[in-house]
Design a binder for this molecule. Structure first.
Ligand SMILES: *Cc1c(COP(=O)(O)O)cnc(C)c1O
Length: 377
């Protein structure tokens, strides 16, 4: 039995009351005042023109690509170190992913490899209409560099910020970058609507198109009229009410996760061969939302492995998990092209994500540190 989970939802009285009020309002549908307000509040927080609330982050990725007309014959460079949802969305529209390897410090996309990949694909005559980098575990990719690569390639930039809501890069929030960004409010994310997601963009026409696509692409006439294929991807008003309550607590929740990060860093500071995945400079944690803290355990210098540490935690009822298994190693995606240097595979072997939830108690966290300290001794 697991007594401490990786990142369980942190919801309580405030969320319960918000959901109850939404139900009592009568707006028990994927439309209503909480849905509109939730979009406005997230857009304001991220400082972006438009937000469209959807049933999942995956739906947001999918509709962004649909609205841009990405499809068969197109190649979309994407981080290989990510959750399958990023790549699934590329396949939903019939385009081909091209996997790009990671930086060794924080696991985010290696911008030099990305630039090379785009150049080589275009030189080979491939169409590259979009690039999809992923903010890993709550830390933004080098978005300024990626923006330049996308601009010079004439490709649109879709930022998968599903894990990084609340983080910033060079003072600008995750979600405000690129031609569009995607957030996720799944149950394990930094804040949740139980399931949900959002598309953020400054492009008003795109936001309007995605909103229309998400509600079965109904034309603005009294009868049901359709000129394109639609989807049923809109977020429920009930869940948006939960999202508003969570949003009001987001900074407090991020603060908790940053505190766990600080203490994990402290624990491993003097252990050879063990480090926290992320920036080498702890001051950068102030820009990271610290969604999940992961360790990187180098077996040659640490005297143990990430898998053994994970096993020791499990024996004590504490959940941990390897970092994402790279997409180019996934059986379902083994056939696609890639630009790799082995970093993501190494991080998969050596990385271990640790309990990071904002609802975790002090005593619970002390126990995690205790077991972890012994496993690393
Ligand atoms: C969670 C996640 C998604 C998908 O979000 P859902 O809301 O679960 O569909 C996409 N990309 C990344 C990187 C994620 O971590």
């Amino acid at each position: 039995m697991l007594s401490t989970l990786l990142s369980p939802p942190d919801v309580g009285e405030l969320e319960q009351q918000a959901v109850l009020r939404a139900m009592q309002s009568g707006w028990v549908a994927p439309a209503g005042p909480d849905l509109n307000a939730f979009e406005a509040e997230v857009a304001e927080r991220v400082d972006v023109g438009h937000a469209v609330a959807l049933a999942s982050g995956t739906a947001a990725l999918h509709l962004a690509l649909v609205s841009w007309g990405v499809g068969p014959g197109d190649v979309v460079p994407v981080s290989t170190l990510t959750f399958a949802a990023t790549v699934n969305a590329i396949r939903y529209v019939g385009a081909e992913p091209h996997f790009v390897d990671a930086r060794s410090d924080d696991g985010n996309i290696d911008v030099d490899l990305l630039a090379r990949a785009v150049e080589e694909l275009q030189a080979a005559g491939r169409r590259v209409p979009a690039i999809v980098p992923v903010d890993l575990l709550g830390r933004c990719v080098e978005l300024d560099a990626v923006t330049k690569i996308a601009e010079s390639a004439g490709a649109r930039l879709l930022c998968d910020s599903a894990e990084s809501f609340g983080a910033t890069h060079r003072g600008r929030p995750a979600g405000a970058w690129g031609d569009a960004s995607v957030l996720s409010f799944n149950g394990n994310k930094i804040m949740t609507t139980s399931g949900g997601g959002m598309l953020l963009t400054d492009d008003g026409a795109m936001a309007a198109h995605v909103r229309k696509l998400s509600t079965q692409a109904r034309e603005a006439v009294p009868h049901y009229e359709h000129t394109e294929i639609g989807y049923n991807y809109r977020l429920s008003n009930i869940l948006a009410a939960m999202g508003r309550a969570q949003l009001s607590r987001l900074d407090v929740m991020i603060g908790r996760r940053r505190e766990w990060r600080r203490r994990y860093r402290e624990l491993v500071a003097d252990r050879p061969g063990v480090r926290v995945l992320g920036s080498d400079d702890p001051a950068d944690d102030a820009h990271d939302n610290c969604w999940l803290t992961a360790l990187v355990v180098d077996p040659e210098h640490a005297g143990t492995t990430a898998r053994d540490v994970g096993q020791a935690l499990l024996t004590a009822g504490i959940e941990s998990r390897p970092v994402w298994k790279p997409m180019h190693l996934q059986p379902v995606y083994a056939d696609h092209s890639s630009t790799l240097d082995g970093t993501a595979e190494r991080l998969f072997d050596r990385g271990l994500t640790l309990p990071s939830g904002s609802g975790m108690g002090e005593a619970q966290f002390d126990e995690v540190l205790d077991v972890l300290g012994k496993a690393l001794a």
